[in-house]
Design a protein around this ligand. Structure first.
Ligand code: G1P
Length: 292
């Protein structure tokens, strides 16, 4: 019996250098995708996977994230008084149940591995999820739920992967597989930002993980890797000597919202699937494309 995955770590402290100046004064994961901030979709995905506790690893200047997930009595009273029940319900949808969210300050941007390590005491001794909130995933069932289902099936550590666009594999963490039979395959290795031409496969680590708490022992030595950062991928590669890792090629579409064009794609895609505004969004997009 595998232990239930109840907690998720969301490293949000990144400076958003690929999307400046948009992310200068607004945390990049609060930038909007159509009518909601990116984090709203990520929280929805986490809850859909059964996550009960979200641990945000935040940096300086990101108090807007905590504010977003707090009630705003003036706004809510006003909406109530004006009878705007739909909007009020939508605003409240993202609010945590008491104790559902924790915020940990990462005091220096030392890398993804360091960010995850900052959650060690809050995670304790149980498997947990990591969600990279730059990567918005449109999937049904949602991407993290697919990863949790894979964990229920094979246990150990699960890394969600997908094929990298031609010539882009060196920008990511890349996995090596024992064989490729279906979507869930045992891994034999992984490497962070391999030199072009040395990638062990075309499958990149796309931003959802289920990890065993033993990863914290590996992260504890604070070993630096690619870019001089403490890399989660390096710690996972070392953990692989002791525990199984499976790569899951999830079914869905990923949008890299840390980049202006990726964020635009996400905006278009989520506008076109919006429950009430998709028709208006489609007309607006068509008019623009026709030069009207
Ligand atoms: C991080 C991970 C990398 C992964 C990528 C996905 O890299 O270290 O393995 O492929 O996210 O976006 P970063 O984008 O922080 O350089």
């Amino acid at each position: 019996m595998t232990k239930k995955v109840r907690k998720a770590v969301l490293p949000v402290a990144g400076l958003g250098t690929r999307i400046l100046p948009a992310a200068k004064a607004t945390p990049k994961n609060l930038l909007n995708v159509f009518d909601r901030p990116i984090l709203s979709y990520i929280v929805e995905e986490a809850r859909a996977a059964g996550i009960e506790h979200l641990i945000f690893i935040v940096g300086r200047g990101q108090t807007a994230i905590e504010d977003y997930f707090d009630s705003n009595p003036e706004l809510e009273d006003q909406l109530e008084a004006k009878g705007k029940a739909d909007i009020l319900a939508d605003v409240r949808k993202d609010l945590p149940r008491p104790g559902e969210m924790s915020f940990v300050r990462q005091m220096a941007p030392l890398g993804l591995g360091h960010a995850v390590w900052c959650a060690r005491d809050l995670i304790g001794d149980e498997p947990f999820a990591v969600m990279l909130p730059d990567m918005l995933m449109a999937a049904d069932p949602p991407a993290l739920a697919q990863a949790v289902a894979a964990h229920d099936k094979v246990g150990g550590n699960i890394i969600v992967v997908e094929p990298a666009p031609e010539g882009e594999a060196h920008k990511y963490g890349i996995v090596a597989l024992e064989g490729r039979d279906g979507r869930l395959n045992r891994m034999t290795g992984m490497v962070e930002k391999p030199a072009p031409g040395t990638e062990p496969s075309n499958l990149f680590i796309s931003g959802r993980y289920v990890l065993q708490p033993k990863i914290f022992d590996k992260l504890a030595d604070q070993q630096r890797g690619a870019g001089g950062e403490i890399q989660l991928t390096d710690a996972m590669a070392r953990l692989m000597a002791e525990q199984p890792f499976h790569a899951l090629e999830y079914e869905g579409t990923t949008f890299d919202c840390g980049d202006p064009v990726g964020l635009l794609r996400a905006n278009i895609a989520f506008a076109l699937r919006h429950p009430s505004l998709s028709g208006a969004a489609r007309r607006a997009a068509e008019e623009l494309l026709q030069g009207r």
